[in-house]
Design a protein around this ligand. Structure first.
Ligand code: HEC
Length: 160
């Protein structure tokens, strides 16, 4: 090979080499562009899927949120013993329905009070229910105090 041929080869070789390097850079740029797009696309898909899979309702466990919700459902005014009796207990206790001790049956109430160990025993029994006597007279949202007041009212009516 002559010197001329050598330098012609070298310049061609350099040219090819530079061309290949340029092509490589081009490919790198292209790949990162396409890859970036695909990444964005899959992020969007993932968000859409998460939205589709999201539950309709949510159980709130955050105590501060729960406290607010409890305040929102403001407690109603407490009913008097007579009101509780009139709206709930009298259904059975006025006429002795289902074998309920009648409100005016002094002897029945006196013996039940004795058997239960006093007023508190009767209250405990009425709160949890007894045979055909439903717990809290069947009105679950009555407070302990309201049930107790109703029993006091009944005992007063019975004179027991
Ligand atoms: C669905 C009918 C019904 C209603 C409503 C009802 N009771 Fe009774 N209650 C009964 C029956 C029946 C008994 C007798 C249970 C037994 O001893 O087997 C009874 C018994 C009781 C006793 C005696 C429990 C014992 O230990 O001997 C108390 C106290 C009492 N009721 C209170 C109440 C009060 C207060 C209410 C209203 C908040 C109420 N009841 C509403 C049916 C009812």
């Amino acid at each position: 090979m002559s010197n001329n041929q050598d330098s012609a080869f070298l310049s061609t070789f350099r040219g090819v080499l530079l061309g290949l390097i340029a092509l490589t850079l081009l490919i790198i740029v292209f790949v990162s562009f396409v890859g970036g797009n695909a990444q964005k696309q899959s992020d969007i898909e993932r968000e859409k899927t998460a939205a589709r899979l999201a539950p309709i309702g949510k159980v709130i466990t955050d105590p501060s949120v729960l406290a607010k919700a409890t305040v929102a459902a403001a407690p109603r005014e407490a009913l008097s013993g007579e009101q509780v009796y009139a709206t709930v207990c009298s259904a059975c206790h006025t006429g002795g329905l289902l074998g309920a001790p009648k409100t005016d049956d002094k002897a029945a109430w006196a013996s039940r009070k004795g058997a239960a160990g006093g007023l508190d025993g009767l209250v405990a029994s009425a709160l949890k229910g007894k045979n055909s006597m439903p717990a809290r007279g069947g009105k679950a949202d009555l407070s302990d105090d309201e049930v107790k007041a109703a029993i006091e009212f009944i005992l007063k009516q019975a004179g027991a």
